[in-house]
Design a protein around this ligand. Structure first.
Ligand SMILES: Nc1ncnc2c1ncn2[C@@H]1O[C@H](COP(=O)(O)OP(=O)(O)O)[C@@H](O)[C@H]1O
Ligand SMILES: O=C(O)C1=C[C@@H](OP(=O)(O)O)[C@@H](O)[C@H](O)C1
Ligand SMILES: [Mg+2]
Length: 170
């Protein structure tokens, strides 16, 4: 069974924090982007370029569902909440879903110039901020815990998640 699921925008630290937390607790980290890359047999940039974003989203939904058969900590990709089917899955599960919330400026600092995320170049700084604003309530709608991460290290975020998993707040 999955132990916890991390959601949040590009650059929020889902992959990084997931790595720290999984290491500390001794869980396997499952990164949804890596699972998609393995399923497609090519990088995300190539999936977007060859097949288009809609094909990426379709694969993301299939692979998300398959990860529920695995054991470990799931770091999702930032667009997982775009699909209503994915949101339904995340809302219905008893597995804790943690939203790593990050402000637009911090996101831009972290992902600008990163060629591995096709939407970064495609949308530009203003487009990315607008996408974050559009998705904000979607992340809120699927999550059990929200952590504002702007001023926290990955280790501090991991500690907060561990504390929550031991004793979920009502
Ligand atoms: N809490 C943090 N503080 C400082 N830098 C961070 C933090 N979390 C992530 N980063 C950095 O931001 C970048 C994006 O992190 P990543 O884990 O890939 O985000 P995501 O998987 O949410 O897109 C990486 O360079 C990472 O080192
Ligand atoms: O927000 C998005 O739509 C995306 C986020 C990426 O994952 P990260 O959030 O780990 O960067 C990756 O799935 C893809 O580039 C699309
Ligand atoms: Mg990631």
């Amino acid at each position: 069974m999955l132990k916890a699921i991390l959601v949040g925008f590009m650059g929020a630290g889902k992959t990084t924090v997931g790595g720290v937390l999984a290491e500390q607790v001794g869980w396997e980290q499952i990164d949804l982007d890596d699972e998609i890359i393995a399923a497609a047999g090519k990088p995300i940039t190539a999936i977007f370029a060859d097949d288009g974003e809609a094909a990426f989203r379709k694969l993301e939904t299939t692979v998300l569902q398959a990860t529920f058969n695995k054991t470990g900590l799931l770091s999702t990709g930032g667009g997982v909440v775009e699909s209503a089917a994915n949101r339904d899955v995340l809302q219905a599960t008893d597995i804790p879903v943690v939203y790593l919330q990050t402000s637009g400026n911090v996101v831009l600092d972290r992902v600008s110039g990163d060629d591995s995320r096709p939407l970064v170049n495609q949308l530009g700084p203003d487009g990315l901020k607008a996408l974050l604003a559009k998705r904000e309530h979607l992340y809120q709608s699927v999550s059990d815990l929200v952590i504002r991460t702007d001023d926290l290290t990955p280790e501090a975020i991991s500690d907060q998640i561990q504390a929550y998993l031991k004793e979920p707040a009502e």
